[in-house]
Write a protein of this length. Sequence first.
Length: 127
Amino acid sequence: MCRKLQRTYYLEPAGSKGQWCLDDYQFLPFLWGSSQLTDDGPIEPKQAIDERFYRNLSNDYLYLGAIKYINEVKTGPFFEHSSTLYDISNVAHWSKVNQGMVKMYHGEVCLNLCFVIYLFLFFLNRF
């Protein structure tokens, strides 16, 4: 449903860093998807951005489904429109990818959420 709304209304997250970071509304499929692939993933991280792999496995793995979606909505070479994901694909093991995703989640999403909550509570107390 979220992806349908994003496509229909050309939605972009507020404060998006575009190609330099994962889109805010797309973060959880990458976080959970990298967890899903850590134990016995059928592919290596480098193969995740290869169309031959993500087309066949996108229904089974969240990470690959998110890669497929990005390639459907963005044009041009993958390394240009999704440089962060391209760099992540060079990591050797899914466990390292997942550790990096957790750190990125805390740094990008949680800190921004805390800031929004702080502002909300600050302005709520002003009235």
